[in-house]
Design a protein around this ligand. Structure first.
Ligand code: NCD
Length: 299
């Protein structure tokens, strides 16, 4: 997100709005990137982000090469650099990279000649998630200026939170991070946000409650008091949902842990925009790929 100022984000959101309309057509496809090849390289697990990039590339008529690390020559000791240079040698126009190491997509970009899109690097950044979330909020509320957004949960380990703080504040929203102190980032004082440890006290003031998954695989377990205590203090159940303003919405990047950060019935409420976020992800990723490879045609 650091590559984009407010105008840059808005240009991508405008383009994404256009692609949302394309995706609603009977034939949800445009020839804009015909002849281009998009390679997805996900060194870490993914359901929605990888499929969303694939769907976005196909809706732009690009060809897609999916690299799957399990079953690849990584298990024979091939390095990340040799892997991406091998993929590049096949002739690709853009690479989409997810990796558990912070900075891996940037490193890949220094090795290859084509643009590289960060699809999530460690606990660092997940910029296309922030774009799709900003798109979802702009489509719902018209603009983000003045929106009061709380991001709740495992912020310390969350690349989604870091990218969303950048995007939401650049677009004029006010952000409050809500978490047990052990799940707040060490560098939180340098963020343009407020913080709270008391979810109940701020619920009534919010337009958007953005929930994060407790990322046990990133080591959140040991720093939590206990999972039941986390659920009791920070989980969004029906009672807490009732304390929100009637126009407030709930968001979650997925994958959800139903019964932990969000109760099942709340996740399925029409004011939970979770599937809408997924749908908007395709348009947002079309916008990013089109922007990087434009010059090839009109949207
Ligand atoms: C997230 C991710 O992988 O960063 N999911 C996503 O891309 N929508 C968040 C998570 O894993 O909790």
């Amino acid at each position: 997100m650091a590559d984009l100022d407010r105008a840059g984000i808005e240009e991508l959101l405008d383009l994404a709005d256009h692609f949302t309309e394309v995706l609603e057509r009977d034939i949800p496809k445009v020839p804009a990137l015909r002849g281009a090849t998009v390679a997805t390289l996900f060194f870490e697990t993914s359901t929605r982000t990888r499929l969303s990039f694939e769907k976005a590339a196909k809706a732009l008529s690009a060809d897609v090469l999916n690299f799957n690390p399990s079953g690849s020559s990584l298990s024979k000791g091939e390095s990340l650099k040799d892997t991406v240079l091998t993929v590049q040698a096949m002739g690709v126009d853009v690479m989409v990279v997810r990796h558990q190491a912070v900075g891996a997509p940037a490193r890949v970009a220094s090795w290859v000649d084509c643009p590289v899109i960060n699809a999530g690097d460690g606990a660092h950044q997940h910029p296309t998630q922030a774009l799709l979330d900003a798109l979802t909020l702009r489509r719902r509320f018209g603009k983000l200026d003045g929106l009061r957004i709380a991001i709740v949960g495992d912020i310390r380990n969350s690349r989604v939170a870091r990218s969303n703080i950048d995007a939401f504040t650049a677009l004029g929203a006010g952000v409050t991070l809500v978490a047990p102190p052990t799940l707040l980032p060490l560098e939180v004082d340098s963020y343009p946000v407020a913080t709270s440890t008391d979810l109940d006290s701020i619920l009534g003031e919010l337009d958007v409650l953005y929930l994060l998954r407790v990322q046990l695989e990133r080591g959140s377990g040991p720093v939590l008091p206990s999972l039941p205590e986390y659920v009791a203090r920070f989980g969004l159940d029906r009672r807490r949902f009732g304390l929100l303003d009637k126009d407030a919405v709930v968001m979650h990047p997925g994958p959800m842990n139903r019964g932990i950060e969000i109760a099942t019935d709340v996740a399925d409420d029409p004011r939970a925009l979770i599937t809408e976020q997924v749908g908007n992800g395709v348009a947002a990723r079309m916008a990013v790929m089109f922007r990087l490879l434009s010059g090839r045609g009109q949207p």
